[in-house]
Design a protein around this ligand. Structure first.
Ligand code: C2O
Ligand code: CU
Length: 478
């Protein structure tokens, strides 16, 4: 396998300097060195390919999550997850959204640095598309990567208004023979409702309503009945077929409402090749944690014939894991492999393992924000940033061209996948758009370049934390 310099040269066409080794690790107490490199938003405005037009109908649908297990919910084009949108990097994407729902909706192109007016945030970038109305989103599909699209209105995402958006690279930095997309989700059979201080389970240990709580005071999860891969419960586990000797790319996407998953495949290591769509120096691990809004691309070597368990175990809450099957054509085995993979106990991915291949030279930040994440406690139930709950919260003001640093510290007992719209940010040596801030005083620092003007949302991607106020507007000064 080529070494890191070869990857960089292949990608940049130069013998570019390597990124500064990261001082930062998940949950670590240190900031990046001041010499940290900062990457730009990577927004592109000029298409280099044809225009692709897609229609998405937001509507009430019937979904069969397992044989005979049908429920009514909302989705796109009759499907849950919605249809996978797949385009080539540089194409112009035109998505015509028809709203057949009884309430207003929008679509957000999670991770793609689109022009502000195309970002799909009600109250910030557009009015919701009214029932019976149509809205067309147009943007250049770039940069390449694995992304999500989803409704950004209320709790609609947790009804199933979500899907995968894949922007294929012109020249991938790793080779593979076949690929699959795995959409990880939590399964809420009923209508989503905000979790409030009055919700049973918020009163502490011993009084918690079964299913409402993960176990501890301060950890509050909706009553999920299970977990899904590509819209299926384990009873209808999807089967991913491979042939011995193949290299298989898996795009792991987590658009779930409120679940962080630990993902592993029995009998196989995961070669992580992309984080939030950005290419990284490939790193081999046994399992990884994937928060709401995060994406990882991994490549597996199909060199261990058989029928293997693919699992995604929620790390907060009590809902059971999602399951799929990795099946070798050569294998005679049938059924659903039971138990949990050995690899779940192996080497986990750490953010400090991620070395992005697109870093730019070092710069100091021009402006920094200290952001304290809190909530979920009896005295202090609202999820907030610096004590303010959106929309009753001041915008974070920045100016075009600045290098901006966010320093976050988590004073709560839950994970917060913090997501910034419109920009990629640098965290350690990785370029991401969503980053998990660990509970119990976990700290994460990220930097970005203010090069995509507008009114952007910055928020926790746990939908229930977002709905309860864990969000801010990031506003460019006029
Ligand atoms: Cu995927 Cu503002 O979110
Ligand atoms: Cu949160």
């Amino acid at each position: 396998m080529p070494d890191r310099r070869t990857f960089l040269r292949a990608l940049l066409g130069t013998t570019a300097t390597l990124a500064v080794p990261g001082l930062w690790t998940a949950g670590c107490r240190r900031e990046p060195a001041d010499a940290a490199t900062i990457a730009p938003s990577l927004r592109r405005d000029t298409p280099t390919g044809p225009t692709r037009t897609v229609r998405l109908r937001a509507e009430e649908i019937e979904v069969e999550v397992a044989p005979g297990h049908v429920y009514r919910t909302w989705g796109y084009n009759g499907a849950f997850p919605g249809p996978e949108l797949r385009v080539r990097e540089g194409e112009q994407l035109q998505v015509v959204v028809e709203n057949h729902l009884p309430e207003g909706t929008t679509i957000h192109w999670h991770g793609v640095p689109v022009p502000n007016a195309m970002d799909g945030v009600p109250g910030l970038t557009q009015d919701p598309i009214a029932p019976g109305e149509t809205f067309t989103y147009t943007f250049v599909a770039a940069p390449s990567g694995s992304y999500l699209y989803h409704s950004h209105v209320g709790l609609q995402l947790d009804r199933g208004l979500l899907g995968a958006l894949i922007i294929e690279e012109i020249t991938p930095h790793v080779s593979y023979d076949r690929e699959y997309t795995l959409v990880l989700d939590d399964f809420l059979p009923g209508e989503p409702r905000p979790l409030t201080a009055a919700t049973p389970g918020m009163r502490g240990r011993g009084m918690m309503g079964r299913g409402m709580m993960g176990g501890m005071m301060g950890v509050q999860v909706p009553p999920y009945a299970g977990s899904l891969i590509n819209g299926r419960l384990p009873e209808a586990a999807p089967v991913f077929e491979v042939r011995r000797g193949e290299r298989v790319r898996l795009r792991l996407l987590n658009p779930s409402g409120a679940s962080t998953f630990r993902f592993a495949i029995d009998g196989h290591a995961l070669l992580v090749t992309h984080a939030d769509g950005r290419p990284v120096e490939p790193v081999r691990v046994d399992n990884l944690l994937i928060g709401m809004g995060e994406r990882y691309d991994v490549v597996i070597d199909a060199d261990n014939p058989g029928r293997w368990a693919v699992v995604a175990v929620p790390v907060e809450g009590t809902h059971p894991p999602a399951r799929a099957v990795l099946h070798y054509r050569e294998s005679r085995a049938r059924g659903l492999p039971s138990g949990l993979p050995e690899t779940l106990r192996g080497r986990p991915l750490d953010y400090s393992d991620l070395k992005c291949l697109e870093m730019l030279p070092a710069q100091r930040p021009d402006r920094s924000f200290d952001l304290l994440l809190s909530g979920g406690m009896m005295m202090n139930p609202r999820w907030a940033i610096n004590g303010q709950a959106y929309p009753d919260a001041e915008p974070l003001e920045i100016a075009r061209g600045e290098r901006v640093r966010f320093r976050m510290v988590n004073h709560s007992m839950m994970l917060h996948p913090m997501h910034l719209h419109g920009h990629f940010f640098r965290v350690g040596d990785a370029l991401k758009d969503t980053v998990l801030v660990p509970p119990h005083m976990g700290r994460v620092v990220f930097d970005f370049v203010a090069d995509n003007p507008g009114r952007w949302f910055f928020h926790c991607h746990n939908l229930y934390h977002l709905e309860s106020g864990m969000a801010r507007e990031v506003r460019y000064r006029a």
